[in-house]
Design a protein around this ligand. Structure first.
Ligand code: FPP
Length: 247
């Protein structure tokens, strides 16, 4: 990745109201490829370039948290060849971006049912998560084999086990307790949720965490999503007034 230092770009945006956490549903790789009579896999490859651009831009602008929906619990239902290509692309990405993640203080954290991923992918993720765990410039949460309902089920299981072991009193469960037992424990909720390719759906993504997120849906397909459009969404976010249920 080829980064500018954050300070070079900060003047373009008002640092005070920058989103702390941006979450993205990256959609439209398949349609991008179909429009060009290419295989869907080519669309994912082009989509990986957009991931690079978005990570670089977050680092430049000074966004501390980025969550990307890379593979959902439902995505296993795609053709075997496509699933294998996505897994291989992910492994390649982790390896090709390793140096730059270290150089630019990027921490990679995977969220989802990681133990159901192919073992070579699990190993590559563990290696990257371990190598980057002390980086403090930008945290990327890569949602892999992720489903928000599965996350909520696991949260209930974790809390129930603590109650069984008498480590927790059911009457003391509050929103903080729930947050602490989600995959995203310790990560502030997304301020901004972006979905590409025009679908008005949440698709089982971060259901608890997006309670107050500002949502932006663009018709642009993920491989066509540009830095200019990304910056213009951040700019529009800065102009929206967030009321959190108040007047
Ligand atoms: C949605 O497009 C995209 C995905 C299911 C996967 C996202 C993967 C990438 C952006 C590529 C690699 C990622 C990393 C982290 C290196 P779609 O296939 O659902 O598109 P469609 O709705 O047009 O069919």
């Amino acid at each position: 990745m080829n980064f500018k230092e954050p300070s070079e770009n900060r003047m373009e945006t008002d640092k005070k109201i920058l989103p702390t956490h941006i979450a993205i549903i990256m959609d439209g790789n398949g349609r991008w490829a179909q429009k060009r009579f290419l295989s869907r896999i080519k669309g994912h490859e082009k989509g990986a370039d957009t991931v690079r651009m978005v990570v670089r831009t977050c680092r430049e602008v000074g966004i501390p948290f980025l969550t990307l929906y890379a593979f959902s619990t439902e995505n296993w239902q795609r053709p075997k060849k496509e699933v294998a290509a996505l897994m291989s692309l992910l492994k390649k990405f982790l390896s090709s971006e390793h140096k730059e993640m270290m150089k630019h203080e990027i921490r990679l954290n995977a969220i989802g049912r990681l133990n159901q991923l192919p073992s070579d992918v699990q190993k590559a993720l563990e290696k990257t998560m371990h190598a980057t765990e002390n980086n403090r410039g930008l945290v990327i949460n890569l949602a892999l084999n992720y489903g928000a309902r599965a996350e909520i089920v696991e949260m209930v299981q974790k809390i129930s086990r603590k109650i069984e072991k008498k480590e927790l009193d059911a009457g003391h469960i509050d929103e903080k307790t729930v947050e602490m037992h989600l995959y995203t424990s310790g990560v502030p909720d997304p301020d901004l949720l972006i979905r590409t390719s025009g679908e008005m759906r949440i698709s089982n993504f971060l259901l608890w965490q997006i309670a107050y997120s500002e949502i932006f849906v663009t018709d642009t397909l993920w491989p066509d999503f540009t830095k200019e459009e990304f910056l213009s969404i951040i700019d529009s976010f800065q102009k929206r007034s967030r009321r959190f249920g108040k007047v």
